[in-house]
Each structure stands twice: as structure tokens, then as C-alpha cells.
Design a binder for this molecule. Structure first.
Ligand code: SAH
Ligand code: SF4
Length: 368
């Protein structure tokens, strides 16, 4: 059976080259062709000897997930739906801003952690994405974004339009640890996507042991989905808190920063009307995070059918932000982008065939 070269990082690709009797520098050339130039046809890799191209086509493929659709929202946000087989689909979103372009990448089909306010969490879990399916999202986006925009000129094949990656699409990245870190290797590799460590963010709901492993293996920027200032409320909103309560999570955040001393943690906090958005919650949050270098990102709740939650009103969000800022915490309110194409946080639904049958069992931990 052919191997899929999109599953390999620089190290494993060098191993593959050795296996087929090629020198290690071939791995670098291959990485560049595959990821930088987005080439999936060995016969077009002109710099490689004909014999090698033939050998590659006999033993290997470059197979990204199949593209199903490509939509652009009124605000320029672009969303790709990719098929990962078995009736499952995943979504990837590109958010263009003046000085950067951020790609929001998925790590699993669905998510088993069942946060109550999250549309992915409500759909249950099917499986982890492979490395090829994770990095395949960058591969497609890179290729599509390098094509000529309407009325504009094509950007050069090597110009990097994607300047930042956030692992904030479907799924819990740290629950798919090995595949996610191999994909992170490629994001950081100069022969592939060449992003700096601080421009790649893993967002986690708080899998403490995996956080420690990430710190050792690949300490990229870290976002932690806090969403509540105490265990009683967080147990309900983010059920993994029952296993790794706030005290343990915050201790892991501090350990993480020891590996990257000049960094900070971004705490994400979804604003749910009447649930976690009072001034008392803000004050509790300030105390909780007092000794951690951090920033806050408030995310106005993005509604989806039958969620049972409402977004906090604008003035409530502003008051919450002002309280955090007055305590010296850098706080931003996330702009809701791409919601006309359902590309906003927590609205990424993809298509999940739930194998946990959670949806038929009723929802654990719901706050009604
Ligand atoms: N599983 C990871 C990353 C994916 S979700 C995590 O939980 O961190 C990215 C962010 O969107 C998380 O902070 C998540 O809690 C938030 N989110 C989920 N559903 C949302 C919704 N409906 N509205 C706003 N934010 C949501
Ligand atoms: Fe999973 Fe993150 Fe959604 Fe929670 S918020 S269910 S961890 S994707």
C-alpha cells in the first residue's frame, strides 16, 4: 500500500527517504514541493531526478482530504469544508485582517469533551484526524489563497498569506496529541509553512497531562478555555473540569510558562447571558488568575439551534471587560466574524457521525 507523504514531518520523511535509498536532503526538497508549492503530482516536481519521481509514484501518494466546498463571507472570512471519508466532514476557516491572516484548524471529527455551549461538543465524537487531515487543511488553504483573487494579481507561490494558525476549529487538539504535534512540526518547519512558535496557538479546554507533554515537546502559544471562575460553574460548562479542576489546570499553566518564560497564557471566556457574565464573576476571575502572566479573550457566545443559551448583551460584555482591564489584565473582545456562513467560534459543525451516541443519550452537564 502507498504511504501518504502528508502524514510525515521532516524527521519521518527523512526516514522514508532512507528506506527507499535516498539521501536526507531529498526530504527537504520533498517538503518544499509538497507544502510550500502545494504540489501533489510527483511527475511535476521538476527538480527531482526522473528515476526518483517514478520510485515515489510507485510507493507513495500526496493525498489531502477531498475539498467539498469553499465559501467566502461578506467580511472576507473564508471557509472550506473537507471530506474525511465515512460521511464525515471537517471545516477550516481563514480570517483575513490588515496585518495578518489567521487559519483556524480542526483536530478531530466532533469532540468527546461535551462542553455544553459548543456545537461541536453537542454533536459527539467520531475520530481523531490524521496528520494528513490536519496539515491538509493548511495545504488546501495555502493553495487556495495563493490563487488570484478576483480582479487582483496572483500572489507568488512562496508568499505566505497564512501568518498565524489557531487550533480552534472542531475538536480538542490535546486529545489527539501525537498527530497534532506532528502537524505542529510542519507548521513551524521552514521548508513547509515556516511559522514562528508564537504564531501557532493550541487551544485546550484543559487536559492537564497533555499540557505538560506539549510544554516538553513543542511549546507553542497556549490558549486555555476557562469560561468560568470557579469549579462549581466550570464543572457544568466544561465537564473535563471534573477530572482536572481549576487548581490543577492553573498550576499546569504556570508550569507551561516556565518552558516559555516571556510568553503569556490567553484565557478564553465565552460570554453567556446570565450564566458567567456578572461583575462578581469578573472579580472572582481576577483573583483566580492573579499570579499568572495572561491575557483575556472574551468570546461573545455564538448561538446555534437548541443551544439553550443566549449571548450576553453588549453592555454586559463591556462592563466585564472594563473590570478585568481595571485590574491590569489585557482583555480583548473577539469580533464575531464570518457568522453569515456559520464560521464563527463554536458554530463549526462539519458533519459528524457520532460514535459515542451521546446525542441519543441526552446531554451530560447541561445548564438549563
Ligand atoms: N477544544 C478546544 C478548541 C476548539 S474551540 C477548546 O475548547 O479550547 C475554540 C474556542 O471556541 C474555545 O474557547 C471554545 O470554548 C469556544 N466556543 C465553543 N463553542 C462556542 C460558542 N458557541 N460560542 C463562542 N465560543 C465557543
Ligand atoms: Fe470540545 Fe472545545 Fe467544544 Fe469543549 S469547546 S466540546 S473541548 S471543541
Amino acid at each position: 500500500m502507498s504511504v501518504n507523504l502528508l502524514d510525515f514531518n521532516a524527521t519521518t520523511l527523512a526516514g522514508f527517504c532512507a528506506d527507499i535509498g535516498e539521501k536526507p536532503f531529498r526530504a527537504k526538497q520533498l517538503l518544499r514541493w509538497i507544502h510550500r508549492f502545494g504540489e501533489s503530482d510527483f511527475s511535476l516536481m521538476s527538480e527531482l531526478a526522473k528515476g526518483l519521481r517514478e520510485k515515489l509514484s510507485e510507493t507513495a501518494v500526496i493525498e489531502p482530504p477531498r475539498l467539498i466546498s469553499d465559501h467566502t463571507a461578506a467580511d472576507g472570512t473564508r471557509k472550506w469544508l473537507l471530506s474525511v471519508g465515512g460521511g464525515n466532514g471537517i471545516e477550516t476557516v481563514f480570517i483575513p485582517e490588515i496585518s495578518r491572516g489567521t487559519l483556524c484548524v480542526s483536530s478531530q471529527v466532533g469532540c468527546a469533551l461535551a462542553c455544553d455551549f459548543c456545537s461541536t461538543g453537542r454533536q459527539g465524537f467520531n475520530r481523531n484526524l490524521t496528520v494528513a487531515e490536519i496539515i491538509g487543511q493548511l495545504w488546501w488553504a495555502n493553495k487556495a489563497l495563493a490563487e488570484a483573487p478576483e480582479g487582483g494579481s496572483a500572489s507568488s507561490r512562496t508568499e505566505r498569506v497564512i501568518t498565524n494558525v489557531v487550533m480552534m476549529g472542531m475538536g480538542e487538539p490535546l486529545a489527539n496529541f501525537e498527530n497534532v504535534v506532528t502537524a505542529l512540526d510542519l507548521m513551524l518547519d521552514d521548508n513547509a509553512y515556516g511559522l514562528s512558535r508564537r504564531r501557532v496557538t493550541v487551544s485546550t479546554s484543559g487536559l492537564v497531562p497533555a499540557l505538560d507533554r506539549l510544554r516538553e515537546r513543542c511549546p507553542v502559544a497556549l490558549a486555555v478555555s476557562l469560561h468560568a471562575p470557579n469549579d462549581a460553574l466550570r464543572d457544568r460548562l466544561v465537564p473535563i473540569n471534573r477530572k482536572y479542576p481549576l487548581r490543577e489546570l492553573l498550576a499546569a499553566c504556570k508550569r507551561y510558562l516556565q518552558a516559555a518564560p516571556r510568553d503569556f497564557i490567553t484565557f478564553e471566556y465565552v460570554m453567556l447571558d446570565g450564566i458567567n457574565d456578572s461583575p462578581a464573576h469578573a472579580r472572582e476571575l481576577i483573583q483566580l488568575t492573579a499570579d499568572i502572566p495572561c491575557k483575556f479573550n472574551l468570546i461573545p457566545f455564538n448561538p446555534f439551534p437548541n443551544s439553550g443559551y443566549e449571548r450576553s448583551p453588549r453592555d454586559v460584555i463591556s462592563r466585564f471587560r472594563d473590570l478585568l482591564m481595571a485590574a491590569g489584565l489585557v482583555t480583548t473582545v473577539r469580533k464575531t466574524r464570518g457568522d453569515d456562513i456559520d464560521a464563527a467560534c463554536g458554530q463549526l459543525a462539519g458533519k459528524v457521525l457520532d460514535r459515542t451516541r451521546r446525542s441519543s443519550r441526552g446531554l451530560p452537564g447541561s445548564v438549563k
